[in-house]
Ligand binder design. Structure first.
Ligand code: SAM
Length: 158
């Protein structure tokens, strides 16, 4: 969520920080990725996450059981060109600044406030990727609770 806050509130600063990391990796991409991943796991700084997202395999975030980012790099790619990324981020900021609230909360908490004038879009974990045998998400999402919540939204006309 800190990354979204940075994208919305300080797009130029997050882009400058990404550009610095992107340039510094030149000629030692593999080793540099591991270093940034260690730094992210220690500090949780948003520019490190942005770099990891743009360089990791399939842009697929993976955490180990200690909550540490552990996805490998895609060694065929250097990460998005910083100026292309800047266009994307500045565009997102222009759309969302002053209009969006960023929250890290259980979906049920967020949905408790929505009304019939809201459109709700959700992108929940697929069934089967958050059970005991697949720890892709740190917290699971209970199917029955999810169905009950959807039913409640229907009842409330959302
Ligand atoms: C398919 S991913 C969404 C990906 C996202 N749309 C994107 O483009 O990055 C599912 C998301 O649901 C989140 N999630 C899992 N359980 C949740 C819960 N109880 N409340 C809110 N979010 C939850 C996961 O952390 C994960 O980020």
């Amino acid at each position: 969520m800190d990354l979204w806050r940075s994208i919305i509130e300080e797009p130029d600063s997050i882009c400058d920080r990404y550009r610095r990391l992107w340039a510094e990796q030149t000629g030692r991409e593999r080793e540099y990725y591991d270093r940034v991943r260690d730094l992210f796991n220690k500090t949780r700084r948003p520019e490190y996450l942005l770099y990891l997202l743009l360089r990791c395999v399939k842009a697929a975030v993976r955490y180990n059981s200690n909550g540490e980012f552990n996805q490998s790099p895609d060694n065929r790619r250097r990460g998005m060109n910083p100026e292309t990324l800047r266009e994307e981020i500045v565009g997102a900021s222009r759309l969302l600044r002053g209009k969006a609230t960023v929250a890290a909360a259980d979906y049920r908490e967020v949905l408790s406030d929505v009304t019939t004038s809201d459109i709700v879009y959700m992108d929940p974990p697929y069934q089967g990727v958050c059970g005991d045998r697949d720890a892709r998400y740190i917290k699971g999402l209970g199917f029955d609770d999810f169905v009950a919540t959807l039913r409640d939204l229907n009842d409330r006309g959302v």
